[in-house]
Unconditional design. Structure first.
Ligand code: FMN
Length: 183
């Protein structure tokens, strides 16, 4: 059985999730191609299972990943398709329930021909050290606002901006990939 794990990632957290999914599928006996669709041209055909994922930016999947899904939809749909999104909203899924659902639902709504067997939204990483000046400013203000909304305000001047916030739940990622093997 052949599987494709295709992803888009700017800062590496989705890449590492894709690598983990690929490893789990290999351990389950599949032959896996792991591809970054933002860096190389990826062929959609010939897979029994295609797992496609993207980091979320301003509420959206990365454009090259969407294009890959759109163009590849007829070929991908010959096998099973599974989608995953990686974002910070999923770190607090209760507070961000609608957004977390939308990150998958919007993609499916835009591609009615794509038959999706399984989907998941995973919490990612927020690392202010990696962002440029403008992105850092935006992300800091979003972070402060969310802290306030969550009812546990860290004062902006007390927040340790050098700390990497890695919200990834590897057990959930492992469980989902093992579930894909069973489908
Ligand atoms: C400029 C920017 C915009 C983002 N927008 C969102 C967003 O709209 N919703 C969300 O849940 N996470 C958002 N995030 C968080 C990312 O989805 C998260 O950091 C993810 O782990 C990034 O994946 P990557 O490391 O593979 O690029 C944003 C991050 C950045 C830097």
């Amino acid at each position: 059985m052949r599987a494709l794990v295709a992803y888009g990632s700017k800062y590496g957290s989705t890449k590492e999730i894709a690598e983990r999914i690929a490893k789990n599928l290999r351990e389950g006996g599949m032959t896996v191609d792991l591809k970054n669709v933002t860096e190389e041209k990826v062929t959609a055909g010939g897979y029994d299972l295609a797992v496609v994922g993207s980091g979320i930016y301003a509420g959206k999947w990365m454009k090259p990943v969407l294009k890959f899904l759109q163009d590849g939809s007829p070929e991908l749909s010959k096998g099973k398709v599974a989608l995953f999104a990686c974002c910070m909203d999923a770190a607090d899924p209760k507070a961000n329930k609608d957004a977390v659902k939308r990150y998958i639902a919007d993609v499916q709504a835009g591609m009615p021909g794509l038959k999706v067997a399984s989907s998941a939204t995973f919490a990612g990483v927020v690392d202010f050290n990696k962002y440029g000046f403008v992105v850092k400013k935006i992300m800091k203000s979003i972070y402060v606002k969310r802290n306030e909304e969550a009812g546990s305000p860290e004062k902006a001047d007390e927040i340790d901006w050098t700390k990497t916030r890695d919200y990834r739940d590897w057990n959930a990622i492992d469980a989902w990939s093992k579930d894909l093997l069973a489908k």
